[in-house]
Design a protein around this ligand. Structure first.
Ligand SMILES: [Zn+2]
Length: 253
């Protein structure tokens, strides 16, 4: 059922949230657009101008690794300035109220953590671009450190102390999905009684599998997204209004 207007959407959503004990928010790019994070995949988005470098190409040559890092530093202005939006803050409020045991996100922007949700309860299916790790030993590196070395060494990215390759902590195209994140996302999906898809087109694998899994397991399904998704017919409530406008009333602080 598609909510006819914003007031109806908010009131129906409030009813479902009040009736739920364990809500699983599943968030995508749409929740971060009001924060100045571009939706990379959208027409005119960053990726149409600056195609992401697939994992194989990244690994194959140091030139591609340097290029990948150059592109990452170009995006840093958007990422560094971004603050949690109304959607992030509303979900953090529901977390504090004990309604949300954990959250699954396709986003790599760290804004759920910035909104006050503890990192341990956030499952990042595509990793996180606000820091880097060594692909060999998993040592964590801050971007400011990588950038300083990069600039000091004629735009060449440094290697880890162990000799391994340093990469942003994201899951690139062609890189294996993190098994632990997938398992935790599945557990949260099977444990929830309300699955709240926010700002995801629910197309990119593995996002497509979770709403169906929740619904089959008896959970209610709410989809808040500007564009239609292929799960709209299954959903108990579909909201196409602006995410910040819809979730804003649920901010408690
Ligand atoms: Zn290492």
């Amino acid at each position: 059922m598609i909510a006819s207007d914003l007031a109806t959407a908010i009131s129906d959503l409030r009813g479902l949230i009040e009736g739920a004990d364990r809500i699983l928010p599943f968030t995508g790019a749409g929740i971060s657009t009001e924060c100045g994070i571009p939706d990379f995949r959208s027409p005119g988005g960053l990726w149409t101008k600056n195609q992401p470098i697939p994992f194989d190409a990244f690994m194959a040559s140091s030139e591609m690794r340097n290029e990948a890092w150059r592109r990452r530093f170009v995006m840093e202005e958007s990422f560094a300035k971004a603050k949690p939006g109304r959607g992030h803050r509303a979900l953090a409020s529901l977390y504090r109220a004990g309604k949300i045991p954990g959250l699954v996100t396709q986003n790599i922007d760290n804004l759920h953590q910035d909104s006050g949700m503890p990192a341990k309860d956030i499952v990042e299916l595509h990793g996180n671009t606000t820091y880097a790790t060594c692909l060999e030993c998993s040592e964590r590196y801050e971007l400011s450190w990588v950038r300083q070395k990069f600039d000091a060494n004629d735009q060449h990215v440094p290697d880890c102390r162990c000799g391994g390759t340093i990469k942003t902590a994201t899951v690139s195209f062609g890189q294996a999905m993190p098994g632990d994140a997938m398992r935790r996302a599945e557990q949260l999906t099977l444990n929830c009684d309300l699955f709240l898809a926010v700002g995801s087109s629910l197309v990119v694998w593995p996002a497509a599998g979770f709403p169906l899994m929740a619904k089959r397991n008896g959970a209610a399904l709410v989809i808040i997204n500007r564009e239609p998704t292929e799960f709209d017919e299954l959903a108990d409530l579909v909201v196409r209004n602006d995410i910040g406008d819809v979730l804003g009333p649920f901010i408690a602080d």
